[in-house]
Ligand binder design. Structure first.
Ligand code: NAG
Length: 287
């Protein structure tokens, strides 16, 4: 007969064996009920203030002599998923990598999308276009048209932390191009060089679409195998290196495989708790 007093100890040991495994494991990407479904507790990331997408002081003048500023972080490796019960803050303005939400956005243009979402897009190889709500609208339209024509995996949103000197930005994972006026050649070269270089190759849309205005259109294929196919100003000038890409056929199966692999972290955690159980508890059972 099993000693009933062992059961609470078994439970405790299993839990203590299991917890360290789950805490060290990454929260999987995508929807996890009770963590992030792309719809609940969105006010943690954005409280809906209109000044985040609305210009209140009149459009800023352009300054054609202000040069574009380009930079890349040498080691963009911070990328932990956090559930909606944790706040995520960034020190870099604008951030190009970092902790983010498990659920990533549908590609396209947003009335406003928070960095906690679009950093996940950058991780998948997307280009994010930011503009200050007071940036010159002719310049914003020019950059918007350029980005939309370059690759499907883009996200466009206002971002009011950009300074007056550079009120527009293109971001990829770890890299940024800050602009006052749009130099199409520089912008296309930046996109061709840095897009599709995120740490994860993933083509499909996520399920976050709050405040989505316009879904991104297909340019070449789901994997954006040719980036900026029309080059600059409609010419076919080949700028930069052709982008590396995976065949578009993997777009549907890859996330499923990925989630399956991620679930193995829980299997491993369970195994650890079973080992703890057999090693530590069994001797007591033989008394
Ligand atoms: C325009 O940009 C140049 C170069 O950065 C700067 O020296 C100048 O002060 C700027 N002009 C205005 C009006 O901000």
């Amino acid at each position: 007969m099993a000693d009933r007093s062992i059961w609470p100890r078994w439970l405790l040991l299993s839990i203590f064996g299991y917890l360290p495994g789950t805490i060290s494991a990454q929260i999987p990407m995508g929807v996890t009920p009770g963590c992030d479904d792309g719809q609940t507790s969105l006010d943690v990331d954005w409280n809906g203030l209109s000044r985040d997408y609305w210009c209140t002081e009149g459009q800023w003048k352009t300054n054609a002599s202000a040069p574009p500023v380009q930079s890349c972080d040498p080691s963009p490796n911070q990328r932990t998923h956090y559930c909606m019960n944790d706040k995520i803050a960034y020190t870099d303005v604008p951030p190009t990598y970092g902790d983010h939400r498990p659920v990533w956005p549908v590609y396209g243009e947003y009335k406003y999308a928070p960095p906690q979402r679009w950093i996940h897009s950058l991780e998948h190889g997307a280009v994010v276009m930011l503009y200050h709500p007071c940036a010159n609208m002719v310049q914003v339209d020019k950059l918007r048209t350029l980005v939309r024509g370059c690759l499907r995996r883009h996200l466009i949103t206002p971002y009011n932390k950009l300074p007056r000197s550079t009120p527009m930005a293109l971001l990829t994972w770890g890299c940024k191009l800050l602009m006052n006026v749009v130099d199409e050649r520089v912008a296309v070269e930046f996109i061709k060089t840095h897009a599709d270089r995120g740490p994860e190759k993933l083509f499909e849309d996520g399920v976050f679409s709050y405040n989505l205005i316009k879904r991104a259109a297909m340019i070449t294929d789901a994997g954006d195998s040719v980036i900026c196919p029309s080059g600059t100003s409609g010419s076919n000038a080949a700028l930069g290196q052709p982008s590396q890409f995976l065949p578009a056929t993997s777009s549907a199966s890859f996330p499923v495989t990925y989630r399956f692999l991620m679930s193995w972290t829980h299997v491993i955690a369970l195994s650890v708790s079973l080992i703890v159980f057999s090693v530590v508890v069994s001797p007591f059972g033989q008394d």
